[in-house]
Design a binder for this molecule. Sequence first.
Ligand SMILES: [Zn+2]
Length: 113
Amino acid sequence: MHEMAIVQSVLDVAFREADNNSGTKIRKIKLRIGELSGVVRDSIEFAFSVLKADTAAEDAELEIETVKLKAECGTCGEAECAAWDLNLICAKCGGTLRITAGREMKVEYIDLD
Ligand SMILES: [Zn+2]
């Protein structure tokens, strides 16, 4: 499962943070996941509950913020797009839209005890 690898790499970052702060526990991890990142939120939550067991993150809470898809028209600058509307053509002028948000998957912060 793709999400297992993602969560493992997030946890590795968190453990490094904890190590750098002399072995503290991880209290909370916040992720930002774009609508278009292809990452399934439920799978992330499941992977987290499995992988955090018996680690410095075992009591940690996972917060996930979903980042809405945003796009911008290279011709007129209009920025309107919905996740289900993936033809990426500007409704105003017919120009090609460029995705400016919604593809990311990143760690927003790691909260240590
Ligand atoms: Zn346009």
